[in-house]
Every structure is written in structure tokens, then in C-alpha cells.
Ligand binder design. Structure first.
Ligand SMILES: CC(C)(COP(=O)(O)OP(=O)(O)OC[C@H]1O[C@@H](n2cnc3c(N)ncnc32)[C@H](O)[C@@H]1OP(=O)(O)O)[C@@H](O)C(=O)NCCC(=O)NCCSC(=O)/C=C/CCCCCCCCCCCCC(=O)O
Ligand code: FAD
Length: 648
């Protein structure tokens, strides 16, 4: 397909698939009004449209060729997109919301995403005022292109065991950075391989032979003149990944790299000129950047899931396949109850995740403001909420996106469906910024402390009051006697709180019994890890149906009540099915952002699948060179053998 045609590829067509059109005509609500709620306000919708026009007027963001690009081209395109966004951000003075929105419209498909996702936020959170004054202008004007280098080849989860060292040299008033072992090389940080010229390196601080734990250091990596690695620095790309291949995740080996003492981030601790170590604020304040990214990941979870739900719902009303009764017209596959069960949970969860992210972001903003003012009282609760929700939402996204892919049949397996790439690019969300099983345990650890407080009648954190209300002897019975009761959100909340109370206190009891039996605390913890992780997970009717065991095995729902919930879930799906297309239309995803032949707004799925097939590199010639090199010989030999056989 010629570049011009490729560019036209995503232009919306006036001819809309009739099934899709009919679904839109029967909407029971104002789609535009819901779009404003999803965007946050009519002004934010207007702003999003402005940014769409800006980005999608640039060929690099139209991206049609992306399906058949080599890695170097993908990386270079990601660099170009990064620079476009950086230039616009500087020119139009974008705030964080605008940058995050533009990044989303580019599907976060930008090589130097860590500049705004972690590098600048880390300077804002971990640097002293003097250091911020020096480093922020250089980062915001993109002289410093940076990454956040914490994970090593040998350790990602267990920060205490990271091996990179920063040894203070009082003679020269410098730190000497070292990667003492092969497993200590930094490994994975985004944009580290080829793009960054600077890194925030997490290292064990050694002063006068004493290890003062993990601290952040600003380490120049490459010359500001010609980008060659600086002395003692060995840096490169770690190789192709499942997706996100525009990002040059890299490795970094440091051999006696010297940096000024002033390059240790000094908001939370410092080493004085005469070599004294001084700690300020809370021990875990240096983990603040990770908490921020965990909150961002709950937003990325909503974005990924709404992309997947949009593609799967639109395709499921366009696709007709088989009939319920012979001779009748083939059914829209979304009318099969099994299809609804695959696709509609992703739609429902998209809305739930949008609201959950907003709520968590409000908590983050409030607690972050407190911390910046020196009040760390709610840091532990924020750590628990951000750990649990990042883990749970990323886990659910990965599961539901795979179901959305399966719901699209064979075409869902084509790269041009966009949904395979979406599954692959969202897959690492369960790993990055804290692997889920580890973060669930962080939440469980906090939960166990709340249980211990509730048991002795001490006040518990605001998000955990159910541990008190559900434990009281006069707690009301669960009122689920008919389908209508199942639609009562207060009742459903009570169901979850009742179950959560049972599962959480059950895990606490098991843990306590193990310890009282004489088992050491860490052994007891490991032996009850699954229960503790379950104690940290949960969403509404579908969540109850999916997790039946926890609602039936605890004094929460009777089997009859559970059956009512199941029936109510199927009834709710039938209702949602009616408005499924308007509900995904309300996400208002531009076809270029959605990047899917199956999910495009006009529903002309088959024409787009065929058009995109033409862009396959295998179709450059009618007869592929492989024929002349290999297949022709095989066929000729076959013909020769058949002739010889026929003479026998
Ligand atoms: C927490 C640990 C596991 C353990 O901590 P540790 O200190 O060792 O010991 P503990 O005893 O457990 O904790 C001690 C106490 O400290 C408290 N604590 C711990 N952490 C925190 C914290 N962060 N804040 C506050 N308090 C904390 C803990 O509760 C204890 O308190 P108490 O004693 O009980 O009172 C720790 O080791 C850890 O955090 N490990 C995880 C390491 C980690 O997170 N690494 C991240 C590296 S950076 C990274 O991964 C960056 C990634 C960049 C993003 C990449 C994104 C790529 C995907 C993009 C896809 C986009 C999809 C969109 C697609 C589309 O739209 O199309
Ligand atoms: C796409 C991508 C981008 C990344 N970007 C960055 C970046 O910019 N900067 C950066 O520093 N890092 C980055 N990382 C690294 C990421 O943070 C780590 O991969 C993550 O922290 C997990 O560490 P690990 O890979 O060493 O796995 P490990 O910690 O070795 O864990 C391996 C497995 O062991 C199990 N496990 C480990 N510990 C426990 C435990 N305590 N309890 C129970 N089970 C456990 C889990 O199943 C886990 O999956 C990135 C990774 C990816 C995939």
C-alpha cells in the first residue's frame, strides 16, 4: 500500500457498517455526555481533541506501517515520537496532564517514556531544593535525557540485595560507582540502552566501610557532545522483547565511575564533606517514585482495557456467525451469551478501573502533598492501596484482554487487529514497578496490622473500617432475597466487606496459629502466602461469580443467594449488551489510537483487513524470492519423481 493510501487508511469512512449503525441509533443515553465524564470534563474532551489533531497531523503518529517494521525502525520511530512530544511540551508549555494525555494518544509508544514517567518525577521527589534548581531545568529542556536505573540482572524485587555500590571518597569529595559482579549490572531500565545520557542509579551507599542502604545517585552516562559512553561506562540494549520494542531497555556496567558528592540525591539523606552520613524523613521516602508509577499503572490499566473492550465489542456486533435456528439469518456474535461473558466484563471493568484510578490518584495527590510538607502519616496506607490496586488491576487487565482477543476468533490473532499487540504491551504491567505477588504481600502485611488493631479495638485506617463493622455482633444479615436486591450497590458493598472480613481475618488467624505453634514468623508467612495474597485481591457481580469460593466458603452468601447473584449477573449482561456499542463509543478512541482493523469506528472490518494485508512485506512481489531459492527445486524434483514413477 503506497504511503499516501496508508495515511488515508485510518480516515473515518462515511459508509458505516449497518449493524454498528443500528446499535448506535438505539443508545439509551447521551454518548457525548458520558465521554465528558470519562475525560473528566467538556474542557478535557476539547483538550484531548486538540491534542489528537496535533499528533495525528504528524505522519509519525499515524503509524500505519508499524505492522511490518524492523526493530531499528520501530526504535527510531519511537525516538522521533518522543522528540515531537518533547518539542511540543516545551513550545506549548504542557503541564503533566497534557503530557500524559499526549503520551496516551501515542499509546505510550515512545522510546524515551521514562523522561516524564520517572526521571523528572524522581528529581522532583528525591532531590534537595538546590539539586532541583540545578537538574530540573536540564531535564525539562531535554539536555539531560534520563532513566531510572534500579533493577539489576540478579535482582529486581529484592531491593535490599541490589549490589551496585556508591563508595564515598573523602580525598576527592566524590562517589565511586561500581558494578561489582555480573549480576549487579543494571538491567531493564527503559531508554537506558541507546537514548539516555544520564541515569538515576540506585546503589548501596558505602561511607568509611559502612553500608547505609539503598540511595539514588545522578550518574552521567554519555557525552553531551557526541553521546559516546563516558569512561568506565558500558551500556547497551538488552535485546527484543514481546512488545514495547520502541523502548531501548538497557544494561549498564560501571567500573570505578566517579561522580561529585553533590550527585547523591539529598532530600532524604546526605553525606557531608567530612564523610558523615545524615538521614532525613522516613526510611522509605526514597521509594516515592515507585509509588507514583504504581498509581500511573492503574491508569494504563484503564487505557489498555478500554482499547481492548472497544475492539472486541465493535467487532462482536459486526461479525455474524452461525444461527440459533436453521434457516434464520446468522447471529451477531455478541448475541451469544458466551460472547457476552467473554467481552462485557472487560467493558464493565474499564469503567470500574477508570473510577478506581481517579480515587487512588486523589489519595496519592493528597498524601504526596503531605509528604512534601513533611507529614508521612498516610504513606503506609498509600503504599498498601497503590500496591494492591496496581497488582489487582494489572492482573485483571491481562486476563480480560486475552479474553477479548479470543472473542475475535482468528482475526483476533492478526497483528492488524491491534489486540495481540495490546495484550503483549500490557503483559508487563503485572511485573513492572513491583511484581504482583510481591506487592500483594506488601498490602497483606498492612492488612494484618489493621486486623491486629481491630482485634484490640484500636482505630484502624480509613479504608479498612469494614474490619470493625463486619466484626460487630449486631452486623445486619445480607439482604439478597430477589434479583432487585442484587442491583443494590450498598448490598453488594456489604457482601464484599463481609467476605473480605472473613478472608482477611481468616488469613490473620492462620498466620497467628502458625506462629503460636512455634513456627518462625517468616516461615509462617511463606506457608500462608496464598491466603495472604487472596486477602489483598477483589469487583461487583462478576467478581462474586468469578470468585464463588470465597463467598460461599465464608459466612457471606448462602448457595441460594449466590444463585441469585449469578442470575443477576446474566441479567445485567443482557442489559449492558444493549448499550455495549454506545458504552465503548463513549471512550471516543480515535481509530489511529485504537489502531485496529476490527475495532475501527465505521465497522468496515473486512475492507480494512484486506487493505492491511496488502501492506504485508511478503506481498511486495507476486512470487516471493523464496520460491526461486527453495520451492521451485522441490516442485521440479517432485515432478521428475512422478514422471519416473509413471514409467514403472
Ligand atoms: C517493598 C519491597 C518488596 C520490600 O521492601 P523492603 O524495604 O525490602 O522490606 P519490607 O520489610 O518489605 O518493607 C519495609 C517497610 O517499608 C514499607 N515500604 C516498602 N515499600 C514502600 C513504599 N514504596 N512506600 C512506603 N513504604 C514502603 C513496608 O510497608 C514496610 O513497612 P512496615 O515495616 O511494615 O511498617 C521492595 O523490595 C520493593 O518495592 N520491591 C519492588 C521493586 C520495584 O518496584 N521495582 C521497580 C523498578 S522501576 C520499574 O519497574 C519501572 C518501570 C517503568 C514503567 C514501564 C512501563 C512499561 C509498560 C507500559 C505499558 C503501557 C500500556 C498501555 C498500552 C496502550 O495504551 O496501548
Ligand atoms: C517492560 C519492562 C520495563 C521495565 N522498566 C524498568 C525501569 O525502567 N527501571 C527499572 O529499574 N526496572 C525496570 N524493569 C524491571 C522490573 O522492575 C523488574 O522486572 C521487576 O521488579 C521484577 O523483578 P525481576 O524481573 O528481577 O523478577 P524477580 O524479582 O527475580 O522475581 C521473579 C519471580 O519470582 C517470584 N518472586 C520473587 N520474589 C518473590 C517474593 N518475595 N514472594 C513471592 N514470589 C516472589 C515472582 O513470581 C516473580 O515473578 C522493567 C521490566 C519490564 C518487563
Amino acid at each position: 500500500m503506497a504511503a499516501a493510501n496508508r495515511d488515508a487508511f485510518w480516515a473515518p469512512s462515511s459508509k458505516v457498517n449497518p449493524d454498528l449503525a443500528r446499535e448506535r441509533e438505539s443508545a439509551t443515553f447521551d454518548v457525548r455526555e458520558l465521554t465528558h465524564i470519562i475525560d473528566g470534563s467538556p474542557d478535557r474532551t476539547k483538550r484531548r481533541k486538540e491534542l489528537e489533531n496535533l499528533l495525528y497531523s504528524e505522519p509519525v503518529f499515524r503509524d500505519v506501517g508499524r505492522l511490518s517494521m524492523e526493530r531499528d525502525e520501530i526504535y527510531e520511530q519511537g525516538v522521533l515520537k518522543s522528540i515531537k512530544l518533547f518539542e511540543w511540551s516545551r513550545k506549548y508549555k504542557w503541564d503533566d496532564d497534557d503530557f500524559e494525555l499526549a503520551s496516551r494518544l501515542a499509546n505510550h509508544d515512545i522510546s524515551m517514556s521514562l523522561q516524564h514517567a520517572m526521571f523528572i518525577p524522581a528529581i522532583e521527589r528525591l532531590a534537595s531544593d538546590t539539586q532541583k534548581a540545578k537538574w530540573l531545568p536540564r531535564a525539562l529542556h531535554y539536555e539531560m535525557i534520563g532513566t531510572y536505573a534500579q533493577t539489576e540482572l540478579g535482582h529486581g524485587t529484592n531491593l535490599m540485595e541490589l549490589e551496585t555500590t556508591a563508595t564515598f571518597d573523602p580525598e576527592r569529595n566524590e562517589f565511586i560507582m561500581n558494578s561489582p559482579t555480573v549480576t549487579s549490572m543494571k538491567w531493564w531500565p527503559g531508554a537506558l540502552g541507546k537514548s539516555s545520557n544520564t541515569a538515576i542509579v540506585l546503589a548501596q551507599l558505602i561511607v568509611k566501610g559502612k553500608n547505609h542502604g539503598l540511595h539514588p545517585f545522578l550518574v552521567p552516562l554519555r557525552s553531551m557532545e557526541d553521546h559516546t559512553p563516558l569512561p568506565g561506562i558500558s551500556v547497551g540494549d538488552i535485546g527484543p522483547k514481546m512488545a514495547l520494542n520502541c523502548i531501548d531497555n538497557g544494561f549498564l556496567i560501571m567500573k570505578n565511575v566517579r561522580i561529585p558528592r553533590e550527585n547523591m540525591f539529598m532530600k532524604n539523606a546526605e553525606v557531608t564533606r567530612d564523610g558523615r552520613f545524615i538521614s532525613r524523613g522516613v526510611d522509605k521516602a526514597n521509594y516515592a517514585t515507585m509509588v507514583l508509577v504504581r498509581v500511573k499503572i492503574t491508569r494504563w490499566a484503564f487505557e489498555s482495557l478500554s482499547d481492548g473492550a472497544t475492539t472486541a465489542v465493535r467487532y462482536s456486533v459486526v461479525r455474524r456467525q452461525s444461527s440459533l435456528k436453521p434457516g434464520e439469518r446468522e447471529l451477531q456474535v455478541l448475541d451469544y451469551q458466551s460472547q457476552q461473558y467473554k467481552v462485557l466484563p472487560a467493558l464493565a471493568a474499564s469503567y470500574a478501573f477508570l473510577m478506581t484510578n481517579r480515587s487512588l490518584h486523589r489519595l496519592y495527590d493528597s498524601v504526596h502533598a503531605d509528604i512534601m510538607a513533611g507529614n508521612t502519616k498516610l504513606l503506609a496506607e498509600l503504599h498498601c492501596q497503590s500496591s494492591a490496586l496496581k497488582a489487582y488491576m494489572s492482573e485483571v487487565v491481562v486476563q480480560l484482554l486475552e479474553l477479548c482477543r479470543q472473542a475475535c476468533g482468528g482475526h483476533g490473532y492478526l497483528a492488524s487487529s491491534g489486540i495481540g499487540l495490546l495484550c503483549a504491551s500490557s503483559a508487563p504491567l503485572v511485573t513492572v514497578e513491583g511484581e504482583n505477588s510481591v506487592l500483594y504481600q506488601q498490602a497483606a502485611r498492612y492488612l494484618m496490622k489493621q486486623v491486629a488493631k481491630a482485634v484490640v479495638g484500636d482505630p484502624v485506617a480509613s479504608g479498612f473500617q469494614y474490619l470493625l463493622t463486619q466484626s460487630s455482633s449486631d452486623r445486619p444479615d445480607i439482604r439478597i432475597q430477589n434479583l432487585a436486591d442484587c442491583g443494590n450497590l450498598d448490598t453488594l458493598l456489604q457482601v464484599y466487606q463481609r467476605m473480605a472480613f472473613s478472608v482477611v481475618t481468616g488469613a490473620a488467624r492462620k498466620l497467628q496459629m502458625a506462629i503460636e505453634s512455634g513456627v518462625e514468623q517468616h516461615v509462617a508467612w511463606n506457608n500462608n502466602m496464598v491466603s495472604l495474597i487472596q486477602a489483598a485481591r477483589f469487583y461487583a457481580l462478576h467478581g462474586i461469580a468469578k470468585e464463588a469460593g470465597y463467598f460461599l466458603a465464608t459466612p457471606t452468601l448462602t448457595p441460594d443467594q449466590f444463585e441469585l447473584v449469578r442470575a443477576a449477573e446474566l441479567q445485567a449482561m443482557a442489559k449492558v449488551r444493549h448499550d455495549a456499542v454506545p458504552l465503548v463509543d463513549a471512550f471516543d478512541l480515535h481509530d489511529i489510537c485504537l489502531h485496529s482493523a476490527l475495532g475501527c469506528y465505521d465497522g468496515n472490518v473486512y475492507e480494512r483487513l484486506y487493505a492491511l494485508a496488502q501492506t504485508s512485506s511478503l506481498n511486495k512481489t507476486q512470487v516471493h524470492p523464496a520460491y526461486y531459492k527453495h520451492i521451485r527445486g522441490l516442485v521440479k524434483d517432485g515432478q521428475k519423481q512422478l514422471r519416473q514413477q509413471s514409467k514403472l
